[in-house]
Design a protein around this ligand. Structure first.
Ligand code: SAH
Ligand code: SF4
Length: 395
């Protein structure tokens, strides 16, 4: 099968163009069409010679993801369910910035992207691993989640303006288009929507290391997506060797660890990966990461009723956070259909938070209600797969 053009880093495009005796500036033109103009058709690349377009079309695909389903309203969290070329389903989640939390304008959005179809790590509480692992996403399938959401936003914004009857469809950045960032000066038609990425969707990103890094480099490149490396957070269930590898990369990507237990006993009960990389090994990899990077990391800690919400976990969690210069995100569990776990009462979550703050650990507690749109990753896909299997039309 031919490679997709959006899986190729700049250096490889330059080598390809050199072998075709094409000048290097054509690579910049091509990348601009792909990542800034976000076109979906070779024909649209009007400043590339016809012959070059033909060569590209012959040797590469220019794939897009098909939007199968979208849940959520424009001013809250929105889930996108995509169908890939082989009919696999994946999810991305668009989260508006919480001004109270980050003190930023509300036109900022974080996109949570998937890196695999399913997941092999089988954490007991997670929907993504319930049906096992199918395959790694290719670099362009990771990149296209960002492009697809931005294209969707431009289309929606234009629709709104036409409906509102006030403005032309060619001016998407207005108050009637709440999702458009309005930064047309960035050179991105329709402005930028996604300015933060979290690699926390379906799958274990560090188990798809090479494809992930290719995709992140394209999204970060000044010739590509131009999303700052520090605004890209990779979340892992704790693959120690790959954490060391990531520490050695030149880019300053941010790191989040799905901890969910501060002792081997508690963590091991819900995360099988803890058997392969117990806390001692995980923390030693994080020591290495910190020695290389010296940047604050994030511990994700889902609070699950009766499993890891006891105050006995707060002390070891505080010790780990201090040693590793980590802040802690407490996330009340989102119930998953077919799983027995539930979220603790609010009072329990607040007490856990207070115990962390008493140790002077930077800690946040997520208080929003995400239940209604299957906010935890993997759930919309699981539901849709099951509906398809039982013959219910999901759309
Ligand atoms: N595999 C990676 C990234 C994807 S999971 C990892 O484990 O870090 C992204 C985050 O969602 C993880 O912290 C995961 O533990 C969390 N998560 C999974 N199921 C959840 C649920 N039902 N409720 C809340 N968070 C959940
Ligand atoms: Fe996989 Fe992460 Fe879910 Fe664990 S929490 S099953 S590693 S996606």
């Amino acid at each position: 099968m031919p490679t997709d053009i959006k899986s190729l880093p700049r250096e490889e495009l330059e080598a390809q163009f050199a072998s075709w005796q094409q000048p290097i500036y054509r690579v910049k033109q091509l990348m601009d069409w792909l990542y800034v103009q976000r076109v979906t058709d070779w024909e649209a690349m009007t400043n590339l010679p016809k012959l070059l377009r033909e060569k590209l079309r012959h040797d590469y695909t220019l794939g897009t993801l098909q939007l199968l389903r979208k849940h959520g309203s424009r001013d809250t969290t929105q889930k996108f369910l995509w169908k890939l070329a082989d009919h696999s389903l994946i999810e991305s989640v668009l989260i508006p910035a919480n001004p109270a939390l980050y003190g930023e304008a509300s036109d900022r959005h974080t996109l949570c992207v998937s890196t695999q179809v399913g997941c092999a790590y089988g954490c007991k509480f997670c929907a993504s691993g319930l049906d096992g692992f199918k395959r790694n996403l290719l670099p362009h399938e990771i990149v296209e989640q960002v492009m697809g959401v931005e294209r969707w936003n431009i289309k929606e914004s234009s629709k709104l303006q036409v409906e509102g009857g006030k403005l032309e469809a060619s001016e998407p950045s207005t108050p009637t288009a709440p999702l458009a960032s309005g930064k047309t000066s960035s050179g991105f038609p329709g402005g930028r929507l996604v300015d933060n990425l979290v690699i926390m969707g379906m799958g274990e990103p560090l188990a798809n290391y090479d494809n992930l890094l290719r995709a992140l480099r394209l999204l970060n490149s000044p010739w590509g997506g131009r999303i700052g490396a520090r605004k890209i957070t990779v979340s892992t269930s704790g693959l120690a060797p790959q954490i060391r590898k990531l520490a050695d990369e030149p880019e300053q990507f941010s790191l989040a660890i799905s901890l969910h237990g501060a002792t081997d006993d508690v963590r091991g009960r819900i995360m099988p990966v803890n058997r392969k990389y117990p806390l001692k090994e995980l923390t030693s990899a994080l020591d290495y990461y910190q020695a290389e990077r010296g940047r604050m990391i994030t511990f994700e800690y889902i609070l699950i009723k009766g499993v890891n919400d006891g105050l006995d976990q707060t002390k070891p969690l505080g010790v780990l956070a201090k040693r590793l210069n980590a802040k802690v995100n407490l996330i009340p569990y989102n119930t998953v259909e077919g799983l027995e776990w539930s979220r603790p009462d609010e009072a329990v979550c607040e007490k856990f938070l207070a115990a962390m703050k008493a140790q002077k650990i930077v800690t946040t507690l997520r208080r929003e209600k995400g239940h209604d749109i299957d906010a935890a990753c993997g759930q919309l896909r699981l539901k849709t797969e099951r509906e398809l299997a039982t013959g219910v039309d999901p759309v």
